[in-house]
Design a protein around this ligand. Sequence first.
Ligand code: CA
Length: 591
Amino acid sequence: MKAICRLLISLIVIFLLMGCSKGKKINPANENVPNTAEVNNRLGEIEKTRAVEEQNQDSNGVSDDIVDDNKVDQYEGIEYLYKQKINIIDDNYRNYYEIFVYSFYDSDGDGIGDIKGVIEKLDYINDGDPNTDTDLGFNGIWLMPIMPSTTYHKYDVTDYYNIDPQYGTMEDFKNLLQECEKRGIKLIIDLVFNHTSAQHPWFKEAVTYLQGLKEGEQPDLEECPYVGYYHFTKDYEGGSGYHQVKNTKWYYEGVFWDQMPDLNLGNPKVREEIEKIAKYWLDLGVGGFRLDAVKEFYSGQKDKNVEVLQWFTEYVASIDEDAYIVGEAWESKDAIASYYESGITSLFNFPLAMYNGEITKTARRLGPATASTFGKNLMLMLAKYQENNPNFIDAPFISNHDTTRISAQCVNNEEQMKMAAGLLLTQGGSPFVYYGEEIGMNSSGDKDENKRLPMQWSITDQKGMTKKPANADEVEQKFPPVDEQLENPLSLLNYYKRAIRIRNENPEIARGEVSIIEEFSNEDILAIRKVYGDSEIVIIYNIHTEASDLFLEDTDLKDCHIRGYLSVDGSEVTLQDGKLHMPKYSIVILK
Ligand code: CA
């Protein structure tokens, strides 16, 4: 009996081993297949991280700091080798910084951020001098809505031709445009035309008119054209997204909120209004628009939304062919690919973003995410987008005003946050960084206000600090404010700065056509080639907690040299006698 058992066990073991080697054959490029101990270790790490995450989420979503304080002194004074000349091309491939003006910098002491505050802090974003290293190096800014509105977030516009008084005046805005131009920064603004505010004069007039109709009387659009600006109906049969007009049998569509009535974008008069608005801001000098909520133009009707985007894109191009438009279609890659059929330049790449997006998942090595799967998924994604718009410019990001922040996504693991930032800022297209992301600001839970907290400039100097939005909670910050991080060469802020610098040195990063170098790619390592015109670079990522050595001698990369690198703890990437040494979580640019 024992002998039979032993035989059975042996057979099972042999069968399992065969299964393993079969797996290896399917993946010939995967030379560093981890052994069982490594796999177990990795799984252990993932489980540990999950446990920490769950434990922390119990306590109000505020996580415990797991950053090692001693690390800072140990590496003080490091300097990056390999500095190249800045090589900025004046086109629509840029590095964007998303600003929520309300929470950014307050110039007049009322506790609310304002346009003058943004001007005061422009030198932090980009001082316009390529010889300094004190600024972040962004050459694009996206301002969240700045037009008059009833809310703190200002996504319900009451006047499309003005600046909200909380933020300042049109004069201030013109000054901001001038200051941006001096620095080579393209300024784009949020344009919200899926809906207006219920306090917008168009809607108020329409409501008053409907309320004045006699029982059974039909509205006359000659008398009140604004009734045709929205989706009013008497045939409402239940379901969400519709609200009753007070004291009438009329209903109107307001997908997000009863105070945000949806505009009827099929009405030529509404389109004329929107064209007038777009032209007004383009003539003032804005560089383009971020379009809010494009998938709700006609909720659930993608083809119609694509048509709206096409109309708007073509109109804007007819006014200013260099204008840049980026749309918010919070969708899967397939749906985003469909929206590219409109010819719009950019759509935010949501599948890369957020805690469950490709970037953070890969930086954290969650579940099946590996370096090579990141590469494969990225290639699939880009191919789909390109198929529908050969001139598309990807708009990758990690976080924005609607998502959890990078610190929450990575449970305050600073090395993983840096790895995520490195992945983002070496992507093609125009990456977007949400204000405060560069210092690892915290968000808490699902409440929007907690994702839009005051920029942490300093603990000791309260000048310019804004107050938090009314319903925001007290959220503990896990990482130091700007002034402290500027002083620490190993801070997250200096990592972002360095990554943007490398991007600004190598135009191939944003513009190059991507291919994967299979012979180096495996679970931990991703190697890609980017070809732009007759110039070519190679980017290699080590997405692992251990260092890795790559041997370039008998490969196509044997004549490459290092252009720059990113590492999370100051360790150097080196290339000697054909051996490329990559510390944990490092990225190198070769040419
Ligand atoms: Ca203010």
